[in-house]
Design a protein around this ligand. Structure first.
Ligand code: PSU
Ligand code: MN
Length: 303
């Protein structure tokens, strides 16, 4: 196992010192945002985590290894190159064998974080059950991973490009806790609320940390979703974003976009149709998740 993992000096030192570590994904950099905002976001997020007493570990596949922690040059490479594969659970072995560049999704990052013994992972949004999944069967591998891998994902809920109701049903069936951070309803990424009520709410990072500890101490395997609403100042008006998402879904359908291309296509299209406002919101919500995620990581480490 150890031979496949390559830790950055910073993460190695954090492990030795017993410091809290926060995992970060790389698909959001390579396929979720355009250059140069993607690399700026990645560096800012790492900075926020450091300022809040934790150590960032951005995860990606490169040179036949799983990198746990990337240098600035490596972040730049993943942000700039148009030759980076989007890596989910199915792809990890092949990408290592062929020594290609691979950006890890939520599912793949969870697998790598667990291997590296990192329990807390910060990102923007998770994949889920797509609208129309009853015919396309498009259900993100992120959900299956949440069902079995012991990593908590701090995100801003799920985007309404997905079927939020079906996504929640899936998570309920698989026994994945969805914890609202300071909210009783599922945040919908660009907006702070949705119509979906949550059964678990926590207002302090310590409650989340101790809930995770109890779950895993009891060997109740699987991840958790910590749903942290986008800050008020950066939220988008619901009608506006929903109209844009409808238009983007229509375009995706007309262009026959499917499989792993759906989510990146939708993100780029929504950005275009909102004249970049969705990207700004996306960056702000990830930064806020980094703040809350660091607090959870610190609390978890202190237990
Ligand atoms: N949602 C975002 N930005 C992203 C993604 C989701 O707002 O970059 C990425 C994440 O890496 C997530 C993946 O794991 O898309 C889900 O892809 P799919 O729907 O193909 O499973
Ligand atoms: Mn899919």
């Amino acid at each position: 196992m150890k031979n496949y993992l390559s830790f950055s000096e910073e993460v190695k030192a954090a492990k030795l010192a017993g410091k809290p570590i926060v995992a970060l994904e790389s698909t959001i950099i390579s396929h979720g945002m355009p250059y140069p905002q993607n690399v700026e976001m990645a560096k800012e997020v790492e900075g926020i985590i450091r300022e809040n007493g934790a150590v960032p570990a951005t995860i990606a596949i490169m040179d036949g290894q799983i990198k746990i922690g990337l240098s600035s040059e490596e972040l730049e490479l993943f942000a700039k190159s148009d030759d980076v594969a989007k890596v989910s659970r199915r792809d990890i072995g092949y990408l290592i064998a062929t020594k290609q560049l691979g950006a890890t999704t939520v599912a793949a990052t969870m697998i790598c974080a667990e291997l590296a013994e990192i329990a807390i992972f910060v990102t923007g949004g998770i994949g889920g059950v797509h609208r129309g999944a009853e015919t396309t069967m498009d259900v993100s591998a992120d959900l299956e991973e949440l069902a079995k891998t012991n990593v908590a994902v701090i995100c801003a809920g799920a985007k309404s490009i997905l079927d939020l109701g079906l996504t929640m049903e899936y998570l309920e069936t698989k026994g994945v806790p969805v914890i609202g951070y300071g909210t009783d309803v599922l945040p919908a990424f660009y907006t702070r609320t949705s119509e979906i009520e949550l059964t678990i709410r926590a207002d302090e990072p310590e409650i989340i940390a101790s809930s995770l500890k109890a779950k895993w101490d009891l060997q109740i395997d699987g991840g958790a979703v910590i749903a942290n609403p986008i800050p008020e100042a950066h939220a988008m008006p619901a009608e506006e974003i929903n109209a844009v998402i409808q238009a983007a879904l229509k375009e995706a359908d007309e262009n026959g976009i499917h499989g792993k291309h759906v989510t990146p296509f939708m993100l780029a299209k929504v950005k275009e149709l909102t004249a970049g406002k969705s990207l700004e919101a996306n960056i702000e919500l990830v930064k806020h998740n980094a703040l809350i995620g660091s607090q959870i990581a610190v609390a978890y480490q202190n237990m």
